[in-house]
Structures are given as C-alpha cells and as structure tokens.
Design a protein around this ligand. Structure first.
Ligand code: OGA
Ligand code: NI
Length: 361
C-alpha cells in the first residue's frame, strides 16, 4: 500500500478517509495545530462539571426554583451541565447507541447510499467536518438526520440495521420532550417565563441528530475527533458510550480558562448551551466551546441532538433583557443563516457563527 502520510486533506474524502479505512498511522493532514492543545492535562473529577437532578422541575415550587437557580449558574459559568433523573429509560438510551453502532459497522456499500457533503441534505453520511475541504481533517465518521417532526423525516433514515428507525426514533422523541422541558426552565431562569419559546419550538422547531462515530486512532495525541467549536443550536443534548468530550471552562485560572474532561457515567445526559441561547440571553449565558479527543482502543459513539427554532425562524434578543446598561449585543439569525455560514467558513480554523452575530459598540 502506498504510504499517504504526507497526502493532503482532499485525499481523504468520505468513503476513503483514514478513519474509515483504519489506517495504522495518522496522516499529516489530521495532525492538529498545537494551538488546539490536544495534549493538555485534564481534570477528570466529575464534581468539576455541574450536575442537575431535573426530576425536581416537576416537583414543588421550591424544588423548581432550586433547579432554575442551579441551571442559571451552570449556563452562566459553564454553558454546560449534566442531567440525572431525566426520566428516559436506560433501555432506550442503550438501544439508540446500539443501532448507531450497528449502522457504522455496515459494509461501505450500504453506508455510501447516504454519502453527501451537501449541508442542506436532511440525511447524510460524511466524515471529518467538511469532508476533505477543510485544511485539517478530523477522525470522525457521522450520520446526520433531521428528526422533528418525526413522520416527515423517518422514512428517509437508514433501514439498516433493521431496528434503526424504531430505536433511534424512540430516542429522538424522548429527547425532544426533554429539550422542551429544559428550554422552558432556561427561559424561566432568564425571567422570560417558561412558555417564552415553547410554542415556536414545539410547533416548528428543528431537531437535528448528529450520530457520531470515532474509531480507535493509532496516535490519539496528535489528532482530534472534533476541533474546539460551539453548537449553533439553542441546546444540544448528548449521549455517549465512552469519555472523549472536553469542555472549555472560561472562568478557570482567573479567566484564562482550561479544558475539562467530561466523565462518563451511565445514564447521564450532557447538555450544551448553543449559540442561539447565548443570543437569547443577550450574552449572559455562554455557548460552550467543546472538542472531542480520541483513544487507541475503542470506538466511541455519541448521539448529539441539536434543538433549535425552525429553519427560517430568527432568534433575537428579547426586549425584556435590554436596557440602558444592556444594549442588544447580537444580531438576529436563523438555522438557515447558520448553514450559509457553514458553507463559507472553516470551523476547523476556529471560525465561530456566534462571532458573526456580535454587535460591537
Ligand atoms: C457535535 C459534538 C460531541 C461528541 O456533534 O457537535 O460536539 O462527543 N459532538 O461527539
Ligand atoms: Ni458540538
């Protein structure tokens, strides 16, 4: 086999990527710049990441107030929290991870039916971030599909493994209900009331599933599964089978920040605050910067469910959060605007959608 160590990104397009072929070395175009700090020391203590028991949202008024306060702090200082007692059955989580794994284990011919680098496609299989177009490649394989309203999209999803639609569909439905509950609590924590966005998210909100697979990497210290980025969504709810996710804690080290390793505890779901909640809060809440690290032995699977307003529905700063001291800090934008940004920019080089929305005074 010809050695492709020095070959450029375009040699590793989907279907032919190093991670799909399990190359025994990491090609140079996968080696991330040292500014990404893939080798930094990490704090792996679970208590360093906020964990919220959200069953109390359905409890007494006092319990709900307590959760809202915990949520407010987590959103302000981390843009991230873990949730326990979320009410989704462990079996539903396990089965969704299992069908996702099953999909990635199918022969290439089967997966290639969904291969596309059109960011507007409602279902697509691809690799890295933008498949051979970005300067740096990432050790990731993914299937992305729309999930709400389920009946509109499910017939486009893979039929293999045979249980994919049923098991992934069930997971998507449950996670979506959870997302509405969490968004209600978030708008309440901002003083906007729990129904501020609920009808817009419930009726025509989008749910995009990123089903990610990170195969074992022969040199996990040099490459990444995903570069540091924030999600465009309002919130992203994430399920993983193994550790690998790291979040950037902005407040650590007197404001210079540090990467925190997110531990994996069975049944715990992770919630990322996305760019559109940063806008909604007029900058009070921060969309979390996160990245994915790799390991040498095991295949990591993650299901990231991204929840946002409808395709052309604009998120803007609520007038209730604006006064003389707090002018509007962000321009309004929609998911469609984000897709336009994605086509023209390179997230692997640190381009962030939220930066294009900031209003400078
Ligand atoms: C994403 C993402 C994290 C993970 O898909 O946007 O950040 O753990 N995924 O796979
Ligand atoms: Ni992400």
């Amino acid at each position: 086999m010809e050695n492709e160590k020095g070959a450029s990104s375009s040699n590793f397009k989907m279907g032919n990527s190093a991670q799909e072929r399990s190359l025994p070395y990491v090609p140079d175009c996968y080696v991330v710049p040292s500014s990404y700090e893939p080798r930094d020391a990490l704090d792996s203590k679970s208590e360093s990441v906020p964990t919220i028991d959200i069953s109390r949202l359905k409890g007494s008024d006092d319990e709900r107030r307590e959760v809202i306060q915990e949520l407010r702090l987590a959103c302000q200082f981390f843009g991230f929290f873990q949730i326990v007692n979320h009410g989704i059955d462990q079996r539903i989580l396990d089965e969704a991870l299992a069908v996702a794994k099953g999909f990635f284990e199918l022969p290439a011919k089967e997966k290639n039916k969904f291969m596309s680098n059109d960011v507007y496609a409602p279902v697509r299989y691809s690799t890295s971030l933008k498949d051979g177009l970005d300067k740096t490649q990432f050790w990731r394989i993914f299937l992305k599909h729309y999930a709400h309203p389920l009946h509109r999209w499910i017939h486009l999803w893979p039929q293999n493994p045979p249980e994919y639609r049923e098991k992934m569909g069930k997971f998507c439905e449950e996670v979506r209900i959870l997302s509405l509950e969490i968004m209600g609590a978030i708008t309440e924590s901002l003083g906007l009331g729990r129904d501020y966005l609920s009808s817009r998210m419930n009726e025509n909100g989008l749910q995009v599933m990123a089903v990610n697979c990170y195969p074992p990497c022969p040199d996990p210290k040099t490459a990444l599964g995903l570069p540091p980025h924030s999600d465009y969504s309002c919130i992203t709810i994430l399920l993983q089978n193994l550790t690998g996710l790291e979040i950037f804690d902005l407040t650590a080290h007197g404001g210079s920040g540090r990467w925190v390793h997110v531990p994996e505890v069975k049944g715990v779901l992770k919630v990322h605050i996305g760019d559109h909640v940063e806008v909604l809060s007029n900058g009070l809440y921060k969309s979390v910067i996160h990245k994915v690290t790799l390991n040498e032995e095991k295949t990591r699977i993650s299901l990231a469910s991204l929840h946002s307003l409808g395709m052309d529905d604009k998120m803007s700063v609520p007038c209730q959060l604006v006064n003389d001291e707090n002018p509007v800090r962000y321009r309004e934008s929609s998911f469609n605007d984000f897709l336009g940004f994605l086509v023209k920019n390179d997230i692997s080089q640190g381009d962030r959608f939220i930066d294009t929305l900031r209003i400078k005074y």
